[in-house]
Design a protein around this ligand. Sequence first.
Ligand code: AQP
Length: 332
Amino acid sequence: MARIFSGIQPTGHLHLGNYLGAIRNWVRLQQEFECLFCVVDMHAITLWQEPEALAQATRETAAAVLAAGINPDTNILFLQSAVPGHAQLAWVFNCVARIGWLNRMTQFKEKAGKHRENASVGLYAYPNLMAADILLYKATHVPVGEDQKQHLELTRDIAQKFNNDFGVALFPVVEPLILGPATRIMSLRDGTKKMSKSDASDFSRINLTDSADSIALKIRRAKTDPNPLPDSPDGLEGRPEAANLLSIYAALTDSSIENVCQRFGGSPFSDFKQELADRAVAALAPITAEVNRLMADPETLDSILRSGAERARALAAPVLDEVYRAIGFLQT
Ligand code: AQP
């Protein structure tokens, strides 16, 4: 059976982009695939995280995944740091991947910015850890957003090089799953930047923990342009904020941008924003309520994560044994 690995970083409040671009798809995928869902706290620390905030965001992320509808009995939901195999295999991959490969990763360049020399080694080696996350379970498919496609290519290169170097057929060729119409939700303040947990402005994103009033206010304040909505997608050329709001509406209503343009063409943004806020609140309110309920019961949440980690460790152990044998590590 095809196996899926998906990760999400506990770097802040989860937002509508994480929901529409990732978690909502995971909920659908759990019907068809054997799935591992991982809160990748080790990836999170490649950039500075306040320890208390990290712990809080880790629980909140797990709670949001559960609240969105992931079943922890039929899937495995766990914390990356609770399964040592991720770090162990990542070290092996640090020795398989080439520096030239990592130098080509655009996300490192974006995240390190001008202060490259000051970036953590972890941020640079991040794609090797991501390859380890996936290959530790011999996952066959990974649902990724556009921004992660390059890292997945690298995972394939690492798997292939390992297999060639050691003359084994240990790792599968991992396939990306790019799903749904809303693979990239943009910031509400700037339609050319993706909606992100770490954006300094809370008005740039709709958090899964926002109240109905706050969602409506953020949508009312979302940047637009002075023209009315177009009646076809062609009219969205050069209007990134309008395109973003329409694609959010399309994703929330499971319809196409064409249909949304036909429905709202000629309307002022004020009318459209009201409808959009209603749709967003209707989709998110049940999730928010469930996140709050789970956050008030950390024992249950932690016990779900503990059981997930145990099951993940059991899957990882034989793969790591195979890897160690192939390399020539003595198993005493
Ligand atoms: N704006 C987005 N639109 C669609 N999908 C998105 N994802 C993230 N932002 C958007 C998808 O959510 C999943 C988990 O992402 P992540 O938390 O591992 O890392 P990220 O992509 O770096 O997310 P953020 O919110 O932008 O976090 P920070 O600010 O910490 O970097 C992935 O499948 C991602 O594609």
